[in-house]
Design a protein around this ligand. Structure first.
Ligand code: SAH
Length: 392
């Protein structure tokens, strides 16, 4: 099975080019040579000022919002499986830092309290933490004592392991998983889609992108999400549950519509500033695309229905709340800096792989400024989708 980010084959888009595309020969070469940059995808490691661990409050708020769905599905799983004596749980895309422990200890504690309530023996719980091999697992496992403190109800009946690998590849033996959790990982694609036209200094879909750009992205998401479901269907037991949270967008007639304050729109603006100042070449920016997609609820439902192994139990849409709306001047610049820190923590390794590290500081200063200029925007399109599924 293709292990997603780890082995990316350079694009073969030189075939069947139009005359117009041929004039971008230079751009093609640059893009092809840089294509492997996707293998650099990882969040900033460690626990310093720019680390994911320090800058993932947004994702923590997302976990809190998804908690009711997590609680409900964990309880239903225990009933459906008639209180088994062993449960294997995986957090896919766990990243580094403590967020993953919040989710996992929630599951452990719900199971134990629920067992007490029903006068049942608590199961032994196998807790598997997955992410790409580049992930800083050390930072996560160094704070394992905090995980233990959180699991007040469990009395050592759980076991912890790390599982490095792409969730677009097989990670676990057949029919071994009871519960899968994944938060804010599935909007990352296995690769930059093929067939994108020259991006004119926008790193993602924008209102002015050609429709072919949207199609290339939505096809890649369809392929990746279908692969994810198919592989998990092999690994999960019948009646097993998944709770998946990821970035999506509100259903809109125009699939190209992205808000003026969308984080990738603001990153594109910041990169354009660097081009104007002569710090980065335009062709370098033209050849950079984010391996990311924000599907609508409708797209997600269609893919799940077509793949066929899972039944949708819950599908909720939550406001994407980065917390910078309608604030006074001082707070605006502070929240601009905060958002810059969040976004830097999730995409610095990708950007460094393509642009080098010399301009990162300046880039995110520009980004913070652009965020502060959009403080009055109410972010209408970007949302978090919370989805629960049962293995049929
Ligand atoms: N779940 C954590 C981390 C979210 S960040 C939280 O809620 O805070 C998203 C994580 O998904 C990153 O660590 C990234 O490396 C991981 N990820 C992205 N694509 C992946 C893939 N194909 N396989 C495994 N992990 C992936």
């Amino acid at each position: 099975m293709d292990s997603g980010f780890v082995h990316i084959i350079p694009s073969s888009r030189c075939h069947g080019k139009t005359e117009n595309e041929k004039s971008y020969g230079e751009f093609d070469e640059e893009r092809d040579s840089e294509y492997t940059f996707v293998s650099a995808l990882s969040m900033n490691g460690g626990d310093g000022d720019n680390s994911y661990s320090t800058n993932s409050l947004l994702q923590r708020r997302v976990l809190a919002k998804a908690k009711p769905v997590l609680v409900k599905n964990t309880k239903e799983l225990m009933i459906d499986l008639n209180f088994p004596n062993y449960i294997k749980v995986a957090d896919l895309g766990c990243s580094s830092g403590q967020n993953t422990f919040l989710a996992m200890s929630e599951i452990i504690n719900i199971i134990n309290v629920f067992c007490q309530k029903w006068n049942q023996n608590p199961p032994e719980i196998d807790c598997c933490f997955n992410d790409l091999p580049n992930n800083d697992f050390n930072t996560t496992f160094k704070s394992i004592h905090l995980f233990k403190e959180k699991n007040l109800t469990s009395f050592e009946s759980y076991f912890v392991s790390g599982v490095p690998g792409s969730f677009y590849s097989r990670l676990f033996p057949r029919k071994s998983l009871h519960f899968v959790h994944s938060s804010y990982g599935l909007h990352w694609l296995s690769k930059v889609p093929k067939g994108l036209e020259k991006n004119k200094t926008s790193v993602y879909i924008t209102n002015s992108s050609p429709i072919s750009t949207y199609k290339a992205y939505s096809n890649q998401f369809q392929r990746d999400f279908t692969t994810f479901l198919k592989l998990r269907s092999e690994e999960m037991i019948s009646n097993g549950r998944m709770v998946l949270t990821f970035i999506g967008r509100n259903n809109m007639d125009n699939p190209l519509h992205r808000d003026c304050c969308h984080f990738w729109t603001l990153l594109s603006k910041s990169l354009r500033d660097l081009v104007i100042e002569g710090l980065v070449s335009a062709s370098k920016v033209d050849s950079f695309y984010m391996p990311f997609y924000d599907p609508s609820e409708k797209e997600v439902k269609e893919i799940i229905g077509k793949e066929g192994s899972f039944e949708i139990k819950d599908l909720e849409t939550h406001e994407y709340d980065i917390g910078h709306c309608n604030q006074d001047e001082a707070k605006r610049s502070k929240s601009g800096q905060n958002e810059a820190n969040y976004i830097r923590a999730v995409c610095e390794p990708l950007l460094v792989a393509h642009f080098g590290d010399a301009t990162i500081y300046t880039l995110f200063n520009k980004f913070a400024y652009h965020v502060s200029q959009h403080a009055d925007c109410r972010n209408k399109t970007t949302v978090s989708l919370v989805l629960s599924l049962t293995r049929k």
